[in-house]
Design a binder for this molecule. Structure first.
Ligand SMILES: Nc1nc2c(ncn2[C@@H]2O[C@H](COP(=O)(O)OP(=O)(O)OP(=O)(O)O)[C@@H](O)[C@H]2O)c(=O)[nH]1
Length: 452
């Protein structure tokens, strides 16, 4: 099952943003659709409302004229029939009233039919039917009134007392029916407007609900992002701080948790400090490593490489020699060193060894490597040099040591055995050969170089 809590922060933020954007899209589409709909409805309502209001005003005007006409005849009484021009004007007035009322009623019927075409929201079918019935009834009343007008005119002065009350009664009925129709039409226009107003209210409420929901989602998203980021940043800064505390010395410990423009700025500064601290630590570590390597590979007394380094380098050199590089090996030993120790003391013996190494180093090239391989025994790896060259070097070294005349130091000499790499040599073979040569040099009276 989908578990919202376990998804990544990116997916959560993307998901919430998608929901928010979709929601806003729905709000926009809904608003556009509803606005369009309300505009259309208002337009349609105007097509019903305005002409019906006009019809009502016209009918009211007709009623007023009709009242005036009836009133003027009533006031004349049977004298009406003596006034020819009044009769003619009245006939004309009745005809006009009837024709115009019929026209207005037809117009109302047409408007109502149009309104019905806009759908039941504008004019309900029942209202429509009731109004059409009422209009038809009014037509019948109007026709009946026309007949009564004819009777009234035909009967003349003699029939005035009987025909006039009937005509007045019919006119009143017609008037009442017309008022009733006007009231119904008025109610209809109110209903039609109310339907649109209800739509507008609904639209406003829906928009408010959607807007508040979008605001809610937006607020949740914003708070979620802020809180999550702050939590993560605090946690990261905590980790950075403990990391920092674990790698720095005591007096530097307050150098994280900087104040900045915002959390990210502070995090960035903390990270920069940590990275700086790391690089400092790395460089210190490299120095310490170099010192350790130095300590592990050098002889403490003389500074020459030790036996451990010798074992390592001779193997490398033999491997190179197998691939065509040439090298020679000088083994040398201080003559009668025991005697020096015994005569001058152990400290002087130590100083003799140091002096010897310094003297040899001065003559050796950068690429040649000097090792202390025993108590007073040393080896020199003479790279890229054949036996003859190594022999000459050994002789020069012997002479230099022999010629030493250091203040407070006893004179001493060295014996040297020199050999070079020969095919299929290994460490023990080449060392053994040099050792034999050194032994020969000792046997030959010491302070001697033997090459072989
Ligand atoms: N002062 C001092 N003496 C050392 C050191 N290492 C070894 N020795 C001494 O060096 C002496 C070596 O003596 P031997 O092996 O008899 O050799 P030698 O006296 O030089 O005689 P030959 O080699 O035959 O000329 C020993 O007495 C060791 O105690 C050191 O680091 N310092």
């Amino acid at each position: 099952m989908f578990n919202w809590l376990n998804v990544s922060m990116t997916r959560k933020i993307s998901g919430l943003s998608f929901v928010l954007l979709s929601f806003l899209f729905v709000v926009i589409v809904y608003s556009a659709y509803q606005s369009q709909r309300i505009y259309k409805e208002m337009h349609e309502v105007a097509e019903i409302d305005v002409p019906l209001s006009e019809v009502m005003a016209d009918i009211e005007m007709l009623q007023l004229k009709q009242h005036l006409l009836m009133e003027s005849i009533r006031q004349q009484g049977d004298v009406f029939f003596s006034d020819q021009s009044l009769q003619e004007k009245s006939i004309e007035g009745f005809d006009r009233f009837s024709a115009q009322l019929a026209a207005q009623l037809d117009k109302s019927t047409e408007i109502l039919r149009t309104g019905l075409g806009f759908g039941s929201i504008r004019i309900k079918l029942l209202d429509h039917r009731s109004l059409i019935q009422h209009i038809n009834l009014l037509h019948q009343h109007r026709i009946k009134f026309d007949h009564l007008v004819d009777d009234f005119l035909k009967q003349g002065k003699q029939g005035f007392s009987t025909s006039w009350p009937m005509l007045e009664l019919q006119d009143k009925g017609l008037d009442t029916q017309t008022d009733e129709l006007l009231r119904k039409i008025d109610q209809l226009t109110i209903n039609v407007s109310a339907a649109v107003e209800s739509q507008e209210r609904h639209f406003v409420v829906m928009n408010a609900v959607l807007g508040i929901s979008a605001f809610g989602i937006g607020t949740y998203l914003t708070l979620y992002i802020i809180i999550t980021f702050r939590k993560r940043i605090w946690s990261l800064r905590g980790q950075i701080e403990s990391l920092h505390r674990s790698i720095v010395v005591e007096h530097d410990k307050a150098s994280v948790n900087h104040k900045g423009l915002d959390e990210l700025d502070e995090l960035e500064t903390d990270l920069k400090v940590l990275v700086r601290q790391f690089s400092k630590e790395m460089s210190n570590r490299h120095k310490v490593e170099a010192q350790l390597i130095e300590l592990a590979t050098r002889d403490k007394l003389t500074g020459a490489f030790n036996r451990h380094k010798w074992d390592e380098l001779i193997k490398d050199e033999l491997a190179l020699a197998n691939r065509g590089h040439h090298f020679s090996l000088i083994l040398l030993d201080v003559d009668h060193f025991k005697k020096i120790n015994d005569t001058y003391g152990h400290d002087v013996g130590d100083n003799v060894l140091k002096l010897l190494v310094n003297t040899l180093r001065k003559r050796l090239r950068e690429i040649d490597v000097l090792f202390r391989v025993g108590g007073e025994e040393f080896a020199v790896l003479v790279k890229d040099t054949n036996l003859e060259g190594a022999g000459m070097l050994a002789e020069q070294l012997r002479k230099k040591v022999e010629a030493l005349n250091e203040n407070g130091m006893p004179p001493f000499t060295i014996s040297l055995g020199v050999t070079d790499y020969q095919d299929s040599d290994d460490q023990s073979r080449i060392v053994k050969r040099a050792d034999v040569l050194l032994y020969e040099a000792k046997g030959a009276g010491r302070n001697t170089v033997v090459i072989g």
